[in-house]
Design a protein around this ligand. Structure first.
Ligand code: 6PG
Length: 264
């Protein structure tokens, strides 16, 4: 039985420090996978928070990574055209992919131009199976955290929460672009590493609930992110970590290196 490791929480003074440290951690994870396996499969997060992480990854670590060995996927996508301002693919392209020498063939966006999100989800799952094999083991999954406790596009009370068989499904979001594609929780939990990047006071309650409350995927999907044979690191700023007692907090070092535990 694989051990479920205790999640590590790294706390940084602000979004810039958090982004620099998380970018350093992502670069290290990409390098480690390439050195160990010869290639790396990473699923990117969407939303606003990761933009600065992607920018720093390109600016400060772009030459450290064998991009020709890295394959880029997405953890979720709004069902909009790839050039839509709300597209998670467009976010990553602007902030990272257009700024590093990654072959176009290594970038695998979720197909959002088909008439049916459900068929697009099936198509993306088939692509994942071709790349990952019989088990969806990403080397790294990046996630954000919604104030309501969602991760990727697995929202509280959504049928997606209970999906155990499929790797990718089409869902309805409660807000924003409503039609989405998302990895499922079991797929996220099969990753070798999961990084959840959280910033801002509006996330403090959701972060505290994810770390200190019971595992309750229905009401708080983030609480169910527990890699079954992998590691989980929460990258946060002080504002988001404001409700965490000392025992849950590691003071992040600027380089994103080994965190020091603070408190009892
Ligand atoms: C999306 C993301 C979503 C996001 C959270 C946090 O497509 O929007 O996958 O899960 O990570 O909603 O979003 P912010 O970073 O914008 O707060």
């Amino acid at each position: 039985m694989a051990a479920v490791l205790t999640p590590e929480v790294r706390v940084f003074p602000d979004l810039e420090a958090l982004s620099r440290a998380a970018a350093s951690g992502v670069a290290a994870a990409l390098r480690s996978a390439v050195e160990t396996r010869g290639s790396c499969a990473v699923a990117l997060a969407g939303g606003r928070t990761p933009r600065r992480v992607y920018e720093v990854l390109a600016e400060s670590h772009g030459t450290e990574v064998r991009w020709d060995r890295v394959h880029i996927f997405w953890g979720d996508e709004r069902y909009v055209p790839p050039d839509d301002p709300q597209s998670n693919y467009r976010l990553a392209r602007e902030a990272l992919l257009d700024r590093v020498p990654i072959p176009a063939a290594n970038v695998h966006r979720m197909p959002t131009e088909r008439s049916s999100p459900a068929s697009a989800a099936r198509r993306y799952e088939a692509l994942l199976r071709r790349h990952l094999g019989p088990r969806p083991r990403f080397d790294l999954v990046l996630l954000g955290l919604g104030a309501d406790g969602h991760v990727a596009s697995v929202f509280p009370g959504s049928p997606a929460v209970a999906e155990e068989r499929r790797w990718v499904i089409a869902v309805e979001a409660p807000a924003g672009p409503r039609r989405r594609l998302t990895l499922t929780l079991p797929t996220i939990n099969r990753a070798a590493r999961v990084f959840i990047i959280v910033a801002g006071p509006q996330k403090a309650a959701a972060l505290a609930r994810a770390l200190m409350g019971p595992v309750d995927p229905w009401r708080h999907p983030a609480s169910a992110v527990r890699p079954v044979d992998g590691s989980l690191v929460w990258w946060t700023d002080e504002a988001a970590a404001a409700r965490l007692p000392g025992r849950h907090r590691h003071e992040g070092t600027p380089a994103g290196g080994a965190a020091r535990r603070r408190g009892p």
